[in-house]
Design a protein around this ligand. Structure first.
Ligand code: PEP
Length: 254
């Protein structure tokens, strides 16, 4: 994948079943012409992945991932989906450490680390989500929290694996709230993350790791967030459910 060309990712969370997925792509693909210099990645619910792949067949700029996975490759784990199964079903990416996994489902940093390794072993590219809560930001701990979240996952990984990751900075207070980090706040945290990556893998490899911003990205704020320094793309929740809005966000990247 050409890295650090704009990456526009849509996390559908628990929305859009297979029939709504078909309708979404009919509307979205009509508004988002194929481009060689950018990638759109959708994270539908697992049960809608097959419908999404069918609906976007032939569009090499549109790719897919899973919102979550279990770290074991197979076994008696009722209700879970493994990385090899997700890969076999057509996923190329996996969200790991999304704030809803951490804060709604109580996912710990070691669990996020295990999921990241499981994804890499199955040839899925992880998008590692990090971000501070409002209290942590107000206490002046935003950088430290993100540093710890990165360390909890990256400390155990070989450099080549770190180089395969994508990172998403998603301040928890901006997710689904209508609040957005300012472009300056986003650029500041993205610099912080890039510096951490440089220390781990060196300048050249760190420069290739896409860092996305996520948190209430909408058509009317996408251009300025995508224009912020070190912001290589966006991870969009709510607005990615609306074909017109998400196409407008994608258009803002060019
Ligand atoms: C998300 O779910 O990753 C997200 C950023 O959601 P929203 O755009 O709705 O804030």
């Amino acid at each position: 994948m050409p890295l650090r060309t704009p990456i526009l990712a849509g996390n559908w969370k628990m929305h859009l079943g297979p029939s709504d997925t078909e309708a979404f792509f009919e509307a979205f693909l009509a508004r988002h012409p194929e481009r060689a210099d950018g990638t759109v990645i959708f994270f539908p619910p697992s049960l809608s992945l097959a419908a999404a792949l069918r609906a976007a067949a032939g569009r090499s700029d549109v790719r897919f991932g899973v919102q979550n996975l279990y770290h074991e490759p197979a076994g008696a784990f009722t209700g879970e989906v493994s990385a090899p199964i997700a890969r076999d079903a057509g996923a190329e990416f996996a969200l790991v450490g999304h704030s809803e996994r951490r804060h709604v489902f109580g996912e710990t940093v070691p669990e996020t680390a295990r999921k990241t390794r499981a994804a890499l072993e199955a040839d899925l590219l992880p998008i590692l989500c990090v971000g501070e809560t409002l209290v942590e930001r107000r206490d002046g701990r935003a950088h430290a929290v993100v540093t710890d979240q990165l360390a909890g996952v990256l400390d155990g990984l070989p450099q080549a694996d770190i180089g395969a990751l994508l990172i998403a900075y998603e301040p928890v207070w901006a997710i689904g709230t209508g609040e957005t980090a300012s472009p300056q706040d986003a650029a500041d945290m993205h610099h912080h993350i890039r510096t951490d990556l440089v220390r781990r893998v060196g300048d050249e490899a760190a420069a290739k790791i896409p860092i996305l911003y996520g948190g209430s990205v909408k058509p009317d704020n996408a251009a300025e967030l995508l224009g912020a320094d070190q912001v290589d793309g966006v991870l969009v929740g709510g607005a990615s459910l609306k074909p017109h809005d998400f196409a407008a966000i994608c258009a803002a990247a060019y």
